[in-house]
Design a protein. Sequence first.
Length: 417
Amino acid sequence: PECVFFQRTSSNHSGITSTLSSILSHKFFILITRTMAPTLIEKCVAIFSGSSHMSSVVRTGALAILTSAAFSFVDCRLPVPAAFEELTIIALLLLVELGLQSQRKGSQPISFKKESGAAKSLAKKCAADIVSASSNRNRDAHVASSTLPTDQLGLAAKLQAAAKAGDLVFAEATMQKMMEAGSRPGIVSYGMLISAHAKAGNISESERWLEALQKSGLGSPNAICMNMLISACAKHGDIEKAEKWLQKMPKLGVEKDVMSYNAVLDACARIGDIDRAEGWLRSMREHGISPNVVSFSSVLHACAKASDAARAEHWLESMSLGEGATEPNSICYNAVIHACSKAGDIVRSAYWIDIMSGKGIQPTVNSYSTIIDKLAKEGDVEGAEEWLERMASAGIEADVVSYNMILCNHGRSGDAD
């Protein structure tokens, strides 16, 4: 009996164990199915309805298998021609592809319309900005400022664009708008206005914005702004102002450079003030700034303006000597030739043309025209024509000005032939 009892107990235990195992495996299968099935289904649907090459292959294969299985089942009861089966498969494939394409297109209109509306809005804003920035300079500043955006970075960008384009009315209106908005315009904005006015020759306005920058406490202007202001003063023949701003640069925290001195030297050259030009050239060297070819050419032009051939020759010869020596170019030689011609020394002018040719520097029209002009004005028409021929022999084509110099003298003398 005990053996029988143990056998029954063992069999009962094994039955319970197998039952539990089957229940657990069934639940595990359900759990796996519930968690994995949606993901697998989504992936299958994504692959089946996708637009990639792989999706097209999967769709074609699946439809071919399903259609073939369907026709195999039908063939058992009613035979169907093979051509009809192939035609049906092709028709189904076309219908599925067309349906998927229309579905994709149907899902895009809403977002497309939104993007289209945003693009139109952006295009309108850009168009309005362009029209506003490029409108007439003489429009009323209040109207210009009322159309400006409120974004401060946008204002600064518009100010710079207007200043570069030379639209100073709009640039100043933009600056005023920035100030009214309670923000402090940056040093770049001030610099753009200073430079733009200097470039336009508005010296007083350039100085006004420079003083405004000083009062703002933002910092110092850069050397470019100062050099443009000094150059504007030079072009207007206001050498005193040019010198004033050059001397004031260290107080403003701006370091002088060769361009700063060259701007003042240009002012000296324009009025033919040799002493001033030589003084500033010495000052450059004293401050450790080496003059360049532009610096020397300005001194030479001052000498030519004053008809001082001796000092012009001195500076031409000395510029290529000593520390920081600079080789003269055709502009430098032409200035000396001009000085000699104005002084009436045509022989010396011819000498410098030969020198520059010997150094491998090609004479220009200006090298000869200054001699032709001098001879023509003195009534030496034959001499002027001779130099015109020499210029042609040197391979230099005469310009209209050179011919007019001789023709005008013929007109004065009454020699129409």
